[in-house]
Write a protein that binds this ligand. Structure first.
Ligand code: MIC
Ligand code: SF4
Length: 643
C-alpha cells in the first residue's frame, strides 16, 4: 500500500489506537510551544500536575501576544511564565523576539517530528514537513508532562497544486483561493497534505503562509513535503542537520483529493467578517482604505517585508492611511535594518511596531470608527481589531503595500513588472532575545496579584436540568465566546474578571443571565467554537455555570477544551431539531450516566414538552474525564496514567 506523508508521521509516533478515521489515537509529542495569552493557563495547569520533569525533546515559551504594558498585569504574566520556564528547563523567548510560529519555523521546526502548541496557528510548522497541531492549553500541559497527545484520527485530504503561478500572486492569494472554495468548515477533522509538482514553486515561508491559514479552514494540521527547498531554507538558517527528506509514496492513498490550479489564482481578499468570504481585488474595486497592517504569523517573513519595502521605496503612504508594520521576528527586523530596507519603509511614512502579534490580536492599533482596514493577517472576525464597526479585509503584503500608497484597494498587478525577492544567503540568527534554561526545580514561581486559580469542573451528574442561556448561530468563534482586545487580554490569567465580557460581541448580558440562572446550557449552530484555541472560551463558561453546549457541530480544538473543562459538548442528532429550542427554555437531559462514546441521549424541552436526541461524539476516555469533572481532575487524580 502506498502511504501518504501524514500517515507516515503518525505511524512513527503512534502510542495507542489504530490509524482508522474517527478512532482515538495517542501520539508521541517531540516538541511543544506556548505563547503568553494562553500560556499562563498552561503553566498553572502544569504546576497543578506536580511533575518532576518534562517528557518532550524541546518545549518553548514565547511572549508575543500581550505586549502592551498599560498596567502591571501583562508584565506579571511574562514574569510568571519566565519563572516556570526556568523551573522546568523550557526555552524562553523574551518579548520583542517575535511571533511564536515564525520563530519556531526559523529556529526549531523539524521535518517528521510532532509539535503541539497552545495556539491554533501552530500548524505553520507544517510548511517544513513537521506534523504541527494546535491544541487547548491543558492538552499542551499534558503533552509536556506525559509526552503524548490524544486525537481522533483525522481524514487525510490531498491538496494537489498544479499549474504555474501568475505574476504578483502570493502564497496568501493561494490560501485565500482555497478558503473561498472549501470554507471555514472545509478542513474540520482533516489533515491537509499538499503535493504536486507545483509545490516546488513555493519557498518554505510561502508554504508556511499556507499551512498557517489551514487553521482558518478548521484543519487539524496542514503539511508540505520536506524536499530540497526545505533543505535550502534550513541551510540558510544555519541548521541543515535538522533536514530529512520526506514525502508521500507515489500514488499514495488519500481520503479525498482536491486539485488547485495555481494559474487560476489572482490577487484576492477575504471580506468582512470571515476568512472564507473571498473575492478578487478586481471584483471588489477601488474601496477607499483608512488603515493597512502588515505582519502577523501569516505574513511576517523576510520576503514579505522586502516586497513591501520594494513597493514603498521612494513613494509615500497615502495621507488618509495609517500603515503599521509588525515583523514576524527580531531577526527579520534586523535584516531589514542591515540591508537598508527599513530606511525605505520609514522614508515612506510607516508606523513601526515591535516584532509580535500586535494589531492581529487587537493589541493596539484599533482603527477609527467605521474604518476600512486591510490586514495581511489571517482572521477578520467582527470586532477582533478592537473597533466593532470596522471592516477588515485580509490581503497579501503586495496588495496591502500597493493599496497603502494609492489610498484605496489596489491590485498589485497594476505596479508593473513583478518584484522577485531572493532569500538571504544566510539569515540573521542572533541570540539576544533567547534564554535557554537547564531545569532548576527550586526556582520560585512569580505569581502577580492578577493571576487567579484555574476554575475546576465538577463531576457530571446523572441528569441535568438547566436553562438555555443563549441560542447562537453557525460558525460562532472563540473570539465571540471570549473576546480579546487590548483591555481584555491583560485578564487572561483572571477568569472571574474576564467572565464579565463572555459573549459580549453577541449579547451584552450573558454573564448576568448565567449568574442569575446558576447553571445553564448554550445552543450553537454548525462549527461552534471555530478559530482561536483559547481555552478561556471553555473556562469562562465553566466559571459561569455552563454545564453543556448543544450544537449542530463543533470545531475540533474547542470541543476538546469543553471536555477538558468538564462541559458536555452534545450534537443534535437531526440538524432540524435546532429549531425545537429557544432561549429561556428549560431543558432536561436524563440518563447521563449511560453516556458513552456512541451514546444517544434524550433531551426534554420542559417548556414545549417535546423531546429530541443528541449525540456525544467524544471517546470513552473523554467520558471518563467528564465523569470526574474534566481533564485536570482526571490527570491529578491519576486514575489512569494516560493524561
Ligand atoms: C489568535 O490568533 O486568535 C490567537 C490570539 O493567537 C489565539 C490564541 C489566543 O486566543 O490566545 C489562537 O490562534 O489560538
Ligand atoms: Fe499572533 Fe495573530 Fe498569529 Fe494569533 S494569528 S498567533 S494573534 S499573529
Amino acid at each position: 500500500m502506498s502511504t501518504n506523508l501524514a500517515v507516515k508521521i503518525l505511524k512513527s509516533h503512534l502510542l495507542e489506537g489504530e490509524l482508522q478515521q474517527g478512532h482515538e489515537i495517542a501520539i508521541k509529542v517531540n516538541q511543544t510551544l506556548t505563547q503568553d495569552s494562553t500560556g499562563t493557563m498552561v503553566y498553572l495547569q502544569l504546576e497543578a500536575m506536580g511533575i518532576k520533569e518534562l517528557k518532550t525533546d524541546l518545549s518553548v515559551a514565547y511572549i508575543d501576544h500581550n505586549m502592551l504594558q498599560a498596567g502591571f498585569e501583562n508584565a506579571d504574566d511574562h514574569a510568571f511564565i519566565q519563572s516556570v520556564a526556568a523551573k522546568y528547563g523550557i526555552v524562553f523567548s523574551k518579548p520583542g523576539n517575535g511571533i511564536c510560529h515564525q520563530l519556531h519555523l526559523e529556529r526549531f521546526s523539524k521535518p517528521g517530528d510532532v509539535l503541539i502548541g497552545s495556539d491554533s496557528h501552530t500548524p505553520t510548522s507544517g510548511g517544513m514537513g513537521m506534523l504541527a497541531i494546535g491544541a487547548g492549553g491543558l492538552d499542551v500541559a499534558v503533552a509536556m508532562a506525559k509526552g503524548n497527545y490524544y486525537l481522533k484520527m483525522p481524514r487525510i485530504i490531498n491538496i494537489r497544486l498544479e499549474g504555474q503561478r501568475k505574476p504578483w500572486t502570493s502564497a496568501k492569494d493561494i490560501i485565500l483561493h482555497i478558503l473561498g472554495k472549501l470554507t471555514v468548515k472545509g478542513g474540520v477533522n482533516a489533515i491537509l497534505e499538499y503535493s504536486g509538482e507545483s509545490v516546488k514553486q513555493l519557498s518554505v515561508p510561502e508554504r508556511a503562509t499556507i499551512t498557517n491559514m489551514g487553521a482558518e479552514l478548521g484543519a487539524t494540521a496542514s503539511l508540505f513535503p520536506s524536499d530540497e527547498i526545505t533543505y535550502d531554507f534550513l541551510k540558510r538558517q544555519g541548521r541543515e542537520e535538522a533536514y530529512k527528506p520526506l514525502s508521500a509514496d507515489e500514488n499514495a492513498d488519500y481520503d479525498e483529493t482536491i486539485i488547485i490550479h495555481l494559474d487560476e489564482v489572482v490577487p484576492s481578499a477575504a471580506m468582512p467578517h470571515s476568512p472564507d468570504k473571498v473575492a478578487t481585488i478586481a471584483e471588489l474595486g477601488a474601496i477607499p482604505v483608512d488603515q493597512v497592517n502588515i505582519g502577523s504569523c501569516t505574513n511576517g517573513s523576510y520576503a514579505d517585508f522586502m516586497k513591501v519595502a520594494g513597493i514603498l521605496k521612494g513613494k509615500k503612504v497615502h495621507p488618509r492611511v495609517s500603515l503599521t508594520l509588525s515583523p514576524g521576528s527580531s531577526n527579520v527586523l534586523k535584516m531589514l535594518a542591515e540591508n537598508g530596507a527599513m530606511a525605505d519603509l520609514i522614508g515612506a511614512g510607516v508606523r513601526l511596531l515591535e516584532a509580535g502579534c500586535g494589531p492581529c490580536i487587537g493589541m493596539g492599533q484599533a482603527p477609527k470608527s467605521g474604518a476600512v482596514s486591510l490586514r495581511t493577517f489571517n482572521r477578520n472576525f467582527k470586532g477582533r481589531c478592537g473597533t466593532v464597526d470596522a471592516e477588515v479585509f485580509l490581503v497579501s503584503p503586495e496588495t496591502a503595500a500597493a493599496s497603502a500608497i494609492a489610498g484605496h484597494l489596489t491590485d498589485p498587478r497594476s505596479l508593473g513588472e513583478e518584484m522577485v525577492i531572493e532569500e538571504p544567503e544566510v539569515y540573521a540568527n542572533d541570540d539576544g532575545y533567547w534564554i535557554t534554561n537547564s531545569p532548576e526545580p527550586r526556582t520560585t514561581i512569580e505569581m502577580g496579584p492578577n493571576i487567579k486559580p484555574v476554575p475546576q469542573g465538577t463531576p457530571m451528574k446523572r441528569e441535568l436540568e438547566a436553562e438555555v442561556l443563549l441560542k447562537a448561530g453557525d460558525n460562532i468563534t472563540t473570539d465571540d465566546i471570549m473576546p480579546s482586545n487590548a483591555s481584555l487580554l491583560p485578564f487572561r490569567s483572571n477568569i472571574p474578571e474576564l467572565s464579565k465580557q463572555c459573549f459580549s460581541t453577541i449579547i451584552d448580558d450573558f454573564s448576568d443571565r448565567a449568574l442569575r440562572a446558576g447553571q445553564g446550557i448554550v445552543i450553537g449552530g454548525n462549527n461552534y467554537g471555530q478559530g482561536s484555541s483559547r481555552e478561556h472560551a471553555a473556562l469562562v463558561p465553566l466559571y459561569l455555570g455552563v454545564k453543556a453546549v448543544i450544537a449542530k457541530s463543533f470545531a475540533r480544538i474547542h470541543q476538546a477544551n469543553l471536555i477538558n473543562a468538564g462541559i458536555l459538548p452534545l450534537v443534535f442528532d437531526r440538524e432540524e431539531d435546532y429549531g425545537m429550542v429557544n432561549e429561556g427554555d428549560s431543558l432536561f437531559i436524563k440518563n447521563l450516566s449511560a453516556l458513552d462514546d456512541k451514546g444517544f441521549v434524550t433531551v426534554v424541552n420542559n417548556n414545549t414538552k417535546e423531546n429530541f436526541k443528541v449525540i456525544f461524539q467524544g471517546s470513552a476516555r473523554d467520558v471518563a474525564m467528564l465523569k470526574v469533572g474534566g481533564a485536570l481532575n482526571y490527570a491529578v487524580k491519576g486514575e489512569r496514567n494516560d493524561v
